[in-house]
Design a binder for this molecule. Sequence first.
Ligand code: UDP
Length: 309
Amino acid sequence: MRILVTGAAGFLGSHLSRYLLGKGHSVIGIDNFITGSIDNIQDLFKSQKFEFTKYDVTNYLHVPGKLDAVLHFASPASPIDYLKFPIPTLKVGALGTHKALGLAKEKKAIFMIASTSEVYGDPLINPQHEGYWGNVNPIGPRGVYDEAKRYAEALTMAYHRYHGMQVRLLRIFNTYGPNMRLKDGRAVPNFMTQALKGKPITVYGDGSQTRSLCYVSDLIDGIYRLLISKENGPVNIGNPHEVSLLELAESVKRLTGSKSKIVFRPLPEDDPKVRRPDITKAKKILKWQPRIGLEEGLKKTIAYYKPRV
Ligand code: UDP
């Protein structure tokens, strides 16, 4: 396949592009580097099958030649980034999705939207299955991301229903691993850089809120299976192993052998209290489930951060 990946220099976009090249596909990457980094894709330029353009996907998108799939992964995805870039976050989810869908339609390509567990907001049920409509504050600080992704899903389904396009709605839960920026601001990179520097590990709130963390290679495997499936409806991809943030901080402290203190900081507004994917659908239709346990994944990630802090 010849595949366009938006956000190719980001955390997930870069892993996905590398994986697709490894499967023998051709990849055209685009990224505007608002949160992505050229370092993430430096090695991909060795491949004859990789092309890259610095471009903002919210503008008119033209790609010469055939395309078999358009994978729209461009977006700030860390809460500190969508606070810093609220309007670009809304634009890439709304205008960017529109441009990417238009291109996919023109090329008769499969369209995949990288959606998120944030469409469930601060969920009132746990775990969250794909049929749950969510509990989102549209005007809170996270609303710029959550609503942009919800709109992106609505637009994608409209193109599927109205134009008969093949679409893939991928709902990504918390993911971690190499290539996530040291200063990304999310829990895993924060805890790891703090622990490795011997600085206080900042747990927000009392640390009783939960997340379920998926190691990046598991996630990419799930994404690829969804891409080559026939499923047009939403699919959760994530690891259902749920931990509290305090447990996560303690695990990182233990695995890094750090003497850092765990300290408590105010909980950000609208921070979801629980999050855990119901992956029954992915298991059934994609024959997918994560394989890398939290401890193993954290160790691999520590090995990435250690020489970089
Ligand atoms: N968090 C924390 N300390 C940090 C960074 C994040 O306790 O230094 C908490 C955050 O409040 C949330 C959870 O970790 O409850 C996961 O946050 P993250 O930013 O990783 O992503 P989210 O799941 O909120 O999108």
